[in-house]
Design a protein around this ligand. Structure first.
Ligand code: SAH
Length: 462
C-alpha cells in the first residue's frame, strides 16, 4: 500500500491553500465541507472562493507564497499553476513534518485526496494512489448508484441506538450479531424508507424479544416492463438481499437472474390461460415463507399497484403483522409510450390519460363506454389483446370516430418490441394478420399519430 487511507477531523483547524484558481476553489469547497478554516495565499482568487471564505470564516492573504505562510496549518494544499511554487510548498511542508498535497503531482504529495462517496456521516474513500483518476471515478459512479442516498441516516440511527443496544446486550459477540441482523433487515429498511420512529420501535421490540429478530419480511417489488435497466436501485438492492424470490411470467428472466445465486426461486405462473398458482395460494405462500423467518421478494411486472393485485398480496401480511414494503416500478404504459414514441399526454393532443383493464369476463368487457369518449384523453388498455376487436367496436359504437389512431405495443422495452398501428376501424384485421405475442399494451387517441415522428426504437408495422 503506497498510501494509508485515514479520515481526518478538520473542524476548526487551519488548512493552508496555496492558489486561488479553479482547481484551488474545488479543493476549497471540499475542505470547507469538512469544516476546515482556510488560509488562502494567492495573488488573485476566484469570486466563488471569496464567497466561500466569507461564509466559512476563512482568510485570503493576497500575494505570493512565502515559507512563513505555513505557520499554524495542520494540512497544506498547493494548487498553483507554477511547478516551482508547488515544489517550494511541498518542500517547506515536509521540512516541518506537515502533511502536504499538491494537486496533480503525486510525487510532491505526502497525502492525496481520495475520491469520496459522501453519505455523511458514512464516507467511502476511493484511491488509486494517484495511478488512475479515471478508474477511480468509474468506480465511484458504481458505488454511488449502489448505495441509497439515505445510508447516512442509517449510520446516524445506528449511532443513536448504540448505547441502548449496549445496555441491553452486554457481551460483545451477541451484540455484534444483533447489529448485523438489524443493519441488514427490516430495521435498516425502515430507516432507509425514512421511518426512523418505527425503526426504533422495531429495534426495541427485537431487543426485548429475540424471536422478533428472526421474523421474516416481504418486499413487493415493481420489476418494470422487462428491460432490467428499468428497475429502480431500491428494487435491485432488495432483490439482492432476498432468501426467496417469487416471480411470474411477466417478469423477465434477466431480472430473476439478478437475485443472489443461493436464493430460492419460486415460479408462481400467471399468464392469461395458465394460472399456475391461484392468487390466494400466492398470498398464503408469501405469508408462510415470511413466518419461517425468510426475507421474501415478490417480483411483479411493471408497478405492483397497477393491475398487479399488489394490494391483495399485502393485505394478508398486514393482518399477520409481517413487515412489508412495496417498491414502485415503471408500469407498462410508461415504458410502452416512451419506447414507442407516443407521449401519453401532449399539449396539443391529450390533457389526461386513463389506464383501463381490457381483459374479457365471460367473453365481454363490462365498462361504461360513455366515459371513454373524450378526444382529449389518451386511453391505455392493459390485458387487452384478446378483447381488442371488442374494444375497437364498442368505442366506435359509442361514438368515437372510426379513424381514431390506435397502437398496440408488443413486448415493450425488450429487444422484441414491435409497434403495430392502425385506426379503430382497421386495427382488428391488422392485429389478426400480425399475430403479436403477449404481453401487449393498447394505446388509443390522437397522441398515437406522433409515433411516426418520435419513435426511435419501435418498428412500424401495418
Ligand atoms: N403491473 C403491471 C401490469 C400487470 S397486468 C404494470 O404495471 O405494467 C398485465 C398487462 O400489462 C399485460 O396484459 C399487458 O397489457 C401489460 N404489460 C406488462 N408488461 C408489458 C410489456 N413489456 N409490454 C407491453 N405490455 C405489457
Amino acid at each position: 500500500m503506497d498510501f494509508l487511507p485515514i479520515s481526518l477531523r478538520l473542524t476548526d483547524s487551519t488548512v493552508l491553500l496555496v492558489g486561488g484558481g479553479q482547481v484551488a476553489t474545488r479543493k476549497a469547497r471540499l475542505l470547507c465541507q469538512a469544516g476546515a478554516r482556510l488560509l488562502v495565499v494567492a495573488p488573485a482568487i476566484q469570486a466563488e472562493l471569496a464567497t466561500l471564505l466569507e461564509a466559512t470564516g476563512g482568510r485570503w492573504e493576497q500575494g505570493e507564497y512565502h515559507s512563513s505562510c505555513i505557520e499554524g496549518a495542520v494540512l497544506v494544499v498547493a494548487a498553483t499553476p507554477s511547478r516551482a511554487v508547488n515544489e517550494q510548498v511541498s518542500r517547506d511542508a515536509r521540512a516541518r513534518q506537515l502533511p502536504v498535497n499538491v494537486v496533480d503531482a503525486p510525487e510532491l504529495c505526502t497525502v492525496i485526496f481520495p475520491s469520496i462517496v459522501d453519505r455523511s456521516p458514512l464516507t467511502i474513500a476511493i484511491s488509486s494512489s494517484g495511478n488512475s483518476p479515471v478508474l477511480v471515478r468509474a468506480l465511484r459512479r458504481r458505488l454511488e448508484a449502489m448505495l441509497p442516498a439515505a445510508y447516512g441516516r442509517l449510520a446516524l440511527f445506528a449511532g443513536r441506538m448504540r448505547a441502548v443496544v449496549r445496555s441491553a446486550i452486554a457481551s460483545e459477540t451477541p451484540r455484534r450479531l444483533f447489529w448485523e441482523q438489524a443493519m441488514d433487515g427490516a430495521v435498516a429498511e425502515l430507516v432507509l424508507a425514512g421511518r426512523e420512529q418505527q425503526a426504533e420501535q422495531l429495534l426495541q421490540r427485537q431487543l426485548a424479544d429475540s424471536s422478533a429478530l428472526h421474523r421474516g419480511e416481504v418486499y413487493l417489488l415493481g420489476a418494470g416492463p422487462g428491460d432490467p435497466d428499468l428497475m429502480t436501485f431500491k428494487a435491485l438492492r432488495l432483490l439482492q438481499s432476498a432468501d426467496v424470490v417469487l416471480y411470474d411470467r411477466l417478469v423477465a428472466p434477466a431480472i430473476v437472474e439478478l437475485a443472489r445465486r443461493d436464493a430460492e426461486r419460486i415460479y408462481v405462473g400467471k399468464s392469461r390461460a395458465d394460472h399456475s398458482l391461484p392468487q390466494q395460494q400466492i398470498n398464503a405462500l408469501l405469508l408462510a415463507l415470511a413466518q419461517q423467518g425468510k426475507r421474501v421478494v415478490r417480483l411483479k411486472g411493471g408497478d405492483p399497484f397497477i393491475f398487479g393485485r399488489g394490494g391483495e398480496e399485502i393485505e394478508l401480511l398486514a393482518r399477520h403483522h409481517i413487515p412489508f414494503q412495496v417498491v414502485p416500478g415503471i408500469t407498462a404504459a410508461s415504458a410502452a409510450a416512451c419506447y414507442a414514441g407516443i407521449p401519453l399526454t401532449h399539449r396539443d393532443h391529450a390533457q389526461s390519460v386513463r389506464f383501463v383493464a381490457g381483459h374479457l369476463k365471460n367473453g365481454s368487457l363490462e365498462h361504461d363506454w360513455t366515459q371513454f369518449l373524450s378526444e382529449k384523453e389518451t386511453l391505455v388498455f392493459y390485458m387487452g389483446l384478446v378483447g381488442l376487436p371488442i374494444i375497437c367496436a364498442e368505442l366506435q359504437r359509442h361514438g368515437r370516430p372510426a379513424d381514431t389512431p390506435i397502437a398496440l405495443v408488443e413486448r415493450a422495452s425488450t429487444a422484441e418490441q414491435r409497434v403495430i398501428t392502425g385506426t379503430l376501424a382497421t386495427m382488428a384485421a391488422i392485429v389478426q394478420r400480425q399475430q403479436p405475442q403477449a404481453p401487449t399494451l393498447i394505446i388509443i387517441g390522437s397522441v398515437v399519430s406522433l409515433h411516426e415522428s418520435l419513435a426511435w426504437f419501435g418498428e412500424r408495422v401495418g
